[in-house]
Design a binder for this molecule. Structure first.
Ligand code: AMP
Ligand code: MG
Length: 300
């Protein structure tokens, strides 16, 4: 059983501007899972996630040894779509030395005193490393586009009056990502696509479960009230920033287990498609190793 790369390719959004978020089924499953009976699906999905976790561990070790590329994983979604759970489950097998998660909240005073990409740039992964952005510079064209009054408190020379301002930010993001890719960073952008109904179920679960209460904030329900504005902002953002070098992956997120399996599969396939090698030793280095062996063995 495998989730064919061909089937998952349907989730990839490249350039062309024809992306329509409303047409994306939040419960879609790849061929390998969709063809199974309901009960078998879940366990097949879990097996796949487990297998991919092992593959990812190996892929990350090779990425680290090769030392040429870094991988930036961007996770964007509405609240309760499963960003935290996806990070926890997908990355649990990866060597913590080769991986770092950065979360981004409302920017600080120091951060808004810089250009909007500054705080993200500082968190970028170095070569050999996987960096995960739990929210990212895309917030600056998502939550900020839905609530442009956020910018009132920011000392910007240009105020957002109309499309040109947002197009400017999309251009900045595209240029930034192109720059990263050119310098050896693989940019993997995931939008966990949750339905409004499933968000309601998950919010209610957070309210019903005392251990999950802390995850709920009054702001969450307020933002839910802007659902259509967010979908509009996501649609525009994905269309404007899905490029050949940094496409979007729109992940159906109503089933947590399936979303995790798909994300793990895409990350693993992407790293495995890089031309990675363990460093080759020169003849001189090999000789050094042989000498070291002789010395160790001579210790008796
Ligand atoms: P959470 O990730 O649920 O802890 O929430 C973080 C909050 O910070 C969310 O409501 C985001 O919309 C908000 N946030 C993140 N980045 C920005 C930004 N650049 N500008 C304004 N709000 C942001
Ligand atoms: Mg939240």
């Amino acid at each position: 059983m495998s989730m064919s790369a061909q089937s998952l390719a349907q989730l990839r959004v490249g350039p062309g501007g024809g992306f329509n978020l409303a047409e994306h089924d939040t419960r879609w499953l790849p061929d390998g899972l969709a063809s199974l009976k309901k009960k078998a699906r879940r366990s097949a999905g879990d097996r796949l996630l487990a297998a991919n976790k092992l593959d990812l561990e190996e892929a990350q070790a090779l990425l680290y040894a090769d030392g040429q590329y870094s991988v930036l994983i961007v996770l964007q979604a509405m609240d309760a779509a499963g960003k935290d759970g996806t990070i926890k489950h997908v990355m649990s097998g990866v060597n913590p030395q080769g991986c770092r998660v950065s979360g981004f909240k409302v920017p600080s005073a120091l951060e808004v005193d810089h250009d909007f990409l500054w705080r993200y740039e500082k968190e970028l992964p170095q070569r050999g490393q996987i960096g995960i952005f739990n929210r990212s510079y895309y917030e600056d064209v998502l939550v900020v586009r839905v609530h442009p009054q956020i910018l009132d408190a920011q000392p910007l020379p240009e105020k957002p009056d109309g499309e040109a301002f947002w197009q400017g930010r999309y251009d900045d993001i595209n240029n930034f990502e192109e720059h990263l890719v050119r310098n050896g960073t693989v940019v993997l952008k995931f939008f966990l696509n949750l339905s409004k109904e499933e968000q309601k179920r998950r919010f209610l679960a957070r309210l019903d479960t005392p251990d999950k209460n802390w995850k709920f904030s009054a702001a969450d329900i307020r933002e839910r009230g802007y659902w259509d504005d967010y979908m509009d902002a996501f649609g525009r953002c994905i269309n404007a920033t899905a490029t050949e070098v940094a496409p979007w992956w729109v992940i159906p997120a109503d089933r947590k287990w399936a979303a995790r399996a798909m994300v793990a599969d895409i990350i693993t396939n992407t790293i495995n498609s890089l031309d990675l090698h363990y460093p080759q030793l020169s003849a001189a280095e090999r000789k050094d190793l042989a000498r070291a062996r002789t010395e160790l063995e001579a210790e008796g």
